[in-house]
Design a protein around this ligand. Structure first.
Ligand SMILES: [Zn+2]
Length: 61
């Protein structure tokens, strides 16, 4: 199984979920799931996904 880079912690992990083609490792997923503030979590997701997309483009991927 190929490791994927988590868009939150930036580490390569095997276990996790994909949201909009962006990978979030199991540890970060658990952190987010345990976050009570849904609105903040949603904003954070959006920002992280944007950053993930931008960083991929910057790297020429
Ligand atoms: Zn992570």
């Amino acid at each position: 199984m190929v490791s994927e880079r988590c868009i939150i912690c930036g580490r390569f992990k095997n276990e996790g979920i994909e949201i909009l083609d962006k990978f979030i490792c199991a540890e970060c997923e658990e952190t987010l799931v345990n976050t009570d503030i849904c609105d903040s979590m949603y904003d954070m997701y959006k920002e992280l996904i944007k950053k993930g997309i931008y960083s991929c483009q910057a790297e020429g991927l």
